[in-house]
Design a protein around this ligand. Sequence first.
Ligand SMILES: Nc1ncnc2c1ncn2[C@@H]1O[C@H](COP(=O)(O)OP(=O)(O)OP(=O)(O)O)[C@@H](O)[C@H]1O
Length: 954
Amino acid sequence: MEANDVDSFDEDSQIEKENQQQETQPVPRDEDYDSFDDDILIATPAKLPVHIDAGSKAPDFLDEDPISPSNASSHSLKTEGTQTEPVVCEPLNVNDDAEFSETPTLTSPKILGNHPTSSLPTPSALKALNRYFGYETFRPLQWDIIRGSLDGKDQLVVMSTGYGKSVCFQLKSLICGDLTIVISPLISLMDDQVSNLRSNSIQASTLNSQTNAAEREEILEKAQNGTLRFLYLTPEFIQVSENILSSLKHRVGLIAIDEAHCVSQWGHDFRSDYRKLADLRNIFPGVPFMAVTATATAQVCQDIIKSLDMKSAKTFKTSFNRKNLFLSVNQKGSVIEYDLRPLLMESQTIKGKHFGGPAVIYCFTRAMVTKVGEALLKLGVNCACYHAGLSEKVRRETHQGFIRDEVSTVVATVAFGMGIDKPDVRMVIHYGAPKDIESYYQEIGRAGRDGKPSQCITFFNAGDMVKRRSVISKEPKAAHHLRMLEDMEAFLTTNECRRHVLLCHFGEVGMNEIRPECCDSCDANIARRESGKALDVEVGKEARIVLHTVTKVYYNRKGVTGVIEFIRGSTSQQSMARGANAPFFGAGAERNIEWWKALISQMIISKLLTKETTSMANGYGGTILCCTPAGQSWYDLKQQSLKVPANEILLSSGARGAKRAAGDAVDKYKIGIINGSIQKSGEEVKILGSTRKNAYTFAANVGSDDRSCTGKNIKDLRVVLEQLRTEEAAQFDMPPFQVASNSVLDQLVAIRPTNSEEVDRINGWPVEKKRLFAEIFMKTIATFCEENNLGTNVSDATSVLLSPEQEGIVKNSLTPSQAAAYLMHLENAASLKDVAFARGISEATVCGYIVAAIDHGLPVHQSALGLTARRMQLLEAAINENGRDVSRLKPLMERLPPEAMDYNVLKFLMRILIYEFGTEETTQPSTSAQNTTGVPDWMAKLAYQKSDAKRFRK
Ligand SMILES: Nc1ncnc2c1ncn2[C@@H]1O[C@H](COP(=O)(O)OP(=O)(O)OP(=O)(O)O)[C@@H](O)[C@H]1O
């Protein structure tokens, strides 16, 4: 194949340069990339003397028989609803005997008899959950999985990131008092988990290349005498430690394989030593395996089961959907600062600017890590870099600094992937296209593991994909990885719901609808729908031209560039314009290259076309555009209609920069928009009423003198408790989130406990943490509340500025998302941007939520939302000029000075007016002259008499 037939990996074709801003950097060298193997340090342990003690120490709280059905039956089923619902819980058919021979081997010392445990959580299990994790209930599937391990079964657990896999494999030893071996890929990850367990007084250790001989002996002693509950090992360590492991065989009750997708060659992080883990069955016959991962397709699941020899394994799966993550994609510009600055919070802490909380920025190469790090330092962000080219010491410091909140942002290669066990990461940014869709899912999985809203933003341009392809094409299993990259590209370029594209990769369907708080595509579609713009574009005729060119002109052997050149009648492709092809040559000349590229992207997403990799005569790799079987059958069946999701490019005429049309063909191929502008003459219009029916009251005017609590001092209390958490963490040498999670802080602020009964109501604070820290937190709360005249020991501190009637409206008339965003605004006088950051959603979505609150007459903060008297007066004038027609925002916006108003402010002011004056519906557009008598009194007065504001209280 000739070089000019395909889209080259190594240089962008002329046509692309013409239309896209691409990075001009050369394709990076191999050593510029990090694989997570870089983080592993392997050691061959010395042979050690082995002591075996027969007794096993059960935990002191274990005062009941953990498996007694009679105990279990006295308890109701306790499972907590969470962000992701389980979707599958059945055996996978790997081979014919996979479903059978479910016989727990009784040689295992810790398998609890041959009778199955109760289907309800036992008292001892609930007690352990509460004591060590601070929770009262299991999340769906957790108990089923723990039960399976108590019954000695092999299990594969595929649970979304942040769901609570650790509880699944940690509870067995805490109930039974035996030892769980946890196999984990990274030393840093093991260290974090061990430190977390120890901070809850659980005996846990790790053996790796960095453990010295004396420590090793001590750890083995504890493992053998039954004191140790968890021993974390890397798969590489296991390969060289048969003697050590054999010495523990009477103690081990469970083998947990964390990040089990590393077992599979079809996973995104294959590790050859993971594949040898089935050998452990010879050392620990009958001990159950629990393989856990957050990212596994059906193919990877089957591979794990086969490779680990888990013939009768049950597979548990939850949905891959992480509802609290907002997904968005931005075009990457040429100046890093310009791209990242808008994401920074306006306020800054003493430690500098930040992205609304801890953030991780992933880059493709080490060089890019350095550049982004430098850009952030210039912007005043307290950040650190992490990649495998840095020394072990520097990496460890960065990691520790991040989990201890000393640096807010880490800029990293994928070497900083699975090893981040920090629950409160608020933003994950990919600066450059991610490697593939599974790596992307794993990396964004670091965000919001505490369940709170968090953002995942990718910056990319077409050049990134070219570079990615170039690197992947040299890797083993290139075809498989290129397919995963293709799914990544579909995610990045889609106009449909991005979550839908992501979940489809993992075989989860049914998410393809427009939802708020989901992704930027959904937001754009919501805005499009609200403003009456088209959601779909009819591109049937153009799609036929593309398919004809791909299949009949080039026989699936041409890149995107060449295909578009032919369609647009470029002289470089003139030689192909013969015979039957002549009318199609130049048939799309009236549209520009960008438009055709957007169409081809949509056709790839719709699976009518695909990109395939090929090698060119010059030795380089490249991609060609091929018709899929679905595309071929659409074409053969002479289909004329194809609707694809609209975007701004496809909705535009695409005429900019278009070349001269060749022949008459052009006129035949006109684009058709399905949904046009909504309002046409004679349609229903809304006229603003002329008399005020309700008086709207702003938050500043709502009485609070007689209330003990305001949004401001609640916010201050939160800051005081955060500071206390940092001080305590430093004193106990642990990360702040281990002292108290953000959710615990939220509850402390809401309840403001000053006695142990109230402290006990706090969910997610383990007993040991309460023992260590509750007293100091209670003292600080009591002092603060006294000084600020705040009530203590209350359960609901949310409705601080509202009357009981308004509280009822918030609870009953707003959706939970609307209520949460609205209360955040109300209690903190937070701007749209602040709320959007805090909740990890777009400003447009927050705007919609606050509009819903205004529609119910709930107060908002004027200054936080930019609702000035001048703006209201301008709007009033524009409404009058528009015949008091308030059905559409656009005509009003056009009458306003551009610098005076934005759409969000316009929406708020308009809804306040509608709340006050109501609307009259008519089919006759009003032609009445200006009517200035309708200017609301409150706004006119506010402009001149601020002190008069109280008059407008309810
Ligand atoms: N039953 C429960 N109730 C409430 N919270 C829980 C429960 N079980 C676990 N969690 C919390 O969920 C969060 C995530 O748990 P965990 O670290 O085990 O996630 P994970 O599934 O291992 O995620 P990842 O794949 O990202 O490492 C933790 O904050 C944990 O305390």
